[in-house]
Design a protein around this ligand. Structure first.
Ligand code: HEM
Length: 373
């Protein structure tokens, strides 16, 4: 490897490590969000102050003021009436921690981005993607507030469809980060068309299944029908019960039975596609075959975890494992699909790299699939 190519590889690696670090932080953020929801803490801060909100109340009076504001919302009236200041502080710190962690991720993304940009390490192909990811992060903060706002009047929990949108937006951010990081690697030979397509289909299906899981969680629909494989004694619940609300589509969002049933069907669909994909990949080249088998294994594990989450009536630790495993499955699908759908060449770092560097990289084993790390 020439010195120039080695230098480029160092830049690619630095950007990859940074992006993988962000992906880990986003995963932790999803879990922190899940814990905030499961401890019923999400409505404790009734305002959105993107900058000044980073500082929690610092005096006794300031705490009392925050508690006063909380006392105005239905959740306090109907669920937490008579809460002591110490009890309030617990739920406040969960929500505050979740929001602060979001700001931290923004910072850990933005500062290195400016640094790499200033050093000329971010090539034209990377620029737009990184700026888009940053903007998605900002949008996610706004969606978080839009979700919280839905729980401040006339109800004691946030709207489940907004919770699901918030969760799926986190998934979009994660998909974009992991895909972009992998695109700075040498691009291997693609497998056949069917494998390429089903690999991408798995990302779509798993993301949709995560959305459906968000609806189950937001509606607390995992607290009833705690049997498997039967639901209320039926494999297929009666049509009249599945569509008992009008108009019919409302059942997909509001009806506990339907929401849970659709999440079950979604899981079976993911299993069928993951197993078919693994079967198809049995004679593909090694990284694709292994990736497909790993995805099938995680999918089966996730289904077992989901079933126990349900029949043990959603213990907090297991609900978090179920949520975490969903993210692990999604990331595995992204890594796999990116590998199965290579670009013609890796994303380039800075202007100095340009066309010249991509030419020199080809002679440096950059088209060699084995070189990917
Ligand atoms: C590929 C398969 C599956 C995936 C990717 C998946 C994903 C998810 C996700 C992301 C959530 C939301 C977690 C949260 O926001 O806290 C969820 C919730 C839930 N899922 Fe699944 N799930 C799968 C299969 C299953 C199965 C087979 C069952 C049971 C038959 C199940 C039962 C539940 C229950 C009860 C909840 C609500 C948990 C809570 O209230 O915190 N899941 N799922």
């Amino acid at each position: 490897m020439t010195e120039h190519a080695a230098d480029l590889e160092r830049r690619h690696r630095a950007i990859r490590i940074w992006l993988y670090g962000i992906a880990v932080l986003v995963t932790l953020m999803v879990l922190l969000g899940g814990a905030t929801r499961l401890t019923d803490s999400g409505l404790s801060i009734v305002e959105w102050k993107p900058v000044t909100g980073a500082i929690p109340p610092l005096s006794h009076e300031a705490w009392l003021e925050e508690l006063e504001k909380y006392k105005q919302i239905p959740e306090y009236e109907q669920i937490n009436k008579g809460f002591s200041l110490d009890e309030f502080k617990v739920i406040y710190y969960w929500e505050w921690g979740h929001r602060l962690f979001g700001r931290l991720i923004g910072l850990v993304f933005f500062v290195p981005l400016v640094w790499f940009w200033w050093k000329g390490w971010i090539g034209p192909g990377l620029r737009g993607r990184l700026v888009a990811i940053f903007l998605l992060g900002g949008l996610q903060g706004a969606i978080g507030w839009w979700m919280v706002a839905s729980g401040l009047v006339n109800r004691v929990d946030v709207a489940q469809e907004r919770l699901a949108v918030h969760l799926v937006m986190a998934c979009f951010i994660l998909i974009a980060i992991v895909w972009t990081a992998r695109r700075t690697l040498p691009q291997p030979e693609p497998p056949d068309r069917r494998l390429r397509r089903t690999a991408v289909a798995l990302i779509v299906l798993v993301t949709a299944q995560i959305f459906l899981g968000g609806l189950v969680a937001g509606l607390k629909a995992g607290l009833i029908y705690n049997t498997w494989p039967l639901m209320d004694g039926d494999l297929l619940p009666p049509f009249a019960d599945l569509f008992s609300m009008a108009p019919a589509w409302v059942n997909l969002v509001e009806n506990h039975l339907t929401v849970q049933f659709v999440h079950r069907i979604g899981a079976y669909l993911v299993v069928i596609v993951a197993l078919t994909h693994a079967y198809d990949a049995r004679s593909a080249a090694s990284p694709i075959r292994t990736g497909a088998f790993v995805i099938a294994a995680i999918t089966l594990a996730q289904v077992v975890i989901g079933i126990y989450t349900l029949i043990w009536v959603v213990p907090m630790w297991l609900a978090l494992v179920h949520q975490g495993a969903a993210i692990v499955l999604l990331v595995a699908c992204v890594v796999h699909a990116e590998r199965a759908n290579p670009a013609r060449q890796p994303l380039q770092t800075g202007e100095t790299a340009g066309t010249e560097s991509s030419l020199s990289l080809e002679g440096e084993g950059y088209a060699d699939p084995v070189n990917r790390s």
